[in-house]
Design a binder for this molecule. Sequence first.
Ligand SMILES: C[S@@+](CC[C@H](N)C(=O)[O-])C[C@H]1O[C@@H](n2cnc3c(N)ncnc32)[C@H](O)[C@@H]1O
Length: 276
Amino acid sequence: MTTEREMRLGTVQETLLIPLYGRAVENRKEESALRDPRAEEIVASIDYDFSRFDNLPSLVGAVLRTALFDLWVADFLAAHPTGTVVEIGTGLNTRYERVGNERARWFDLDLPDVIDLRRTFFADTPRRTMIAGSVTDDAWASAVAAQAEGPYFFAAEAVLPFLEEGEVRHVVDLLAENFPGSLLALDTAGPGIVGTQDQHDALSKVEARMQWTCADPADLSAWRPGTRLLDSRTLTGLPAPLHDRLPVAYREMLSGLAEQRLPQVEEYRLNLVQLP
Ligand SMILES: C[S@@+](CC[C@H](N)C(=O)[O-])C[C@H]1O[C@@H](n2cnc3c(N)ncnc32)[C@H](O)[C@@H]1O
């Protein structure tokens, strides 16, 4: 059991338990969008009241988001098998287990207490390294640049909305200056989501709150000229290679949601950008 350690997780750090649980629950389903036996094992070994997240619709949303990030990373590694992937705010994500290969270089970055927890479940290898630090600090970028060559893919899944806008701008600058031309996958939440997050089914169960409101991910190009929005999706507009392999019940649920055009769904975007 990791009770003591887990209970000391900071406020924003605790949010990692939501997608972790989502993947564990998903793995138990007969028909699922994603398999993650490791998440199921980890959940079973952490003494935390995960039942607070049971049956929440956003758990499936988190799983679909992860599946799209997986697809983008898999596409990147197919094109660049010896490239470098950096999971920003990795939590207890298991993307490497799902889409990693033997030749890529992989880094998992998160705040120190998360990396301490992560080290109880994962070990560094010659090709896979955990880094403790904030994404807003320059030190991690120097460490990655010193240890691994490009091209680089940065996956910031469910991380940047928890930062202040000024911090997100700093992260974009940090990436563009240290890793020009690299790819960044990130999610963005519009005002209809950030403004109602106290009623959000999962976030209302924890203390952390989103800080950065992004009505339009194209704004990133204005922040840093030359930044290109390569793809931007809602959960109801997933790309065909992912959508078409989802269980039928999910496809029906998504088409029903698409008709309702709820701000909580339509203003949550999954984006792939190329930095200048
Ligand atoms: C909702 S969780 C997502 C975890 C993981 N990306 C996933 O999808 O399973 C948010 C994560 O962002 C991390 N995080 C928040 N602020 C951070 C910062 N300034 N630097 C690095 N990681 C941060 C948290 O510790 C947490 O692990």
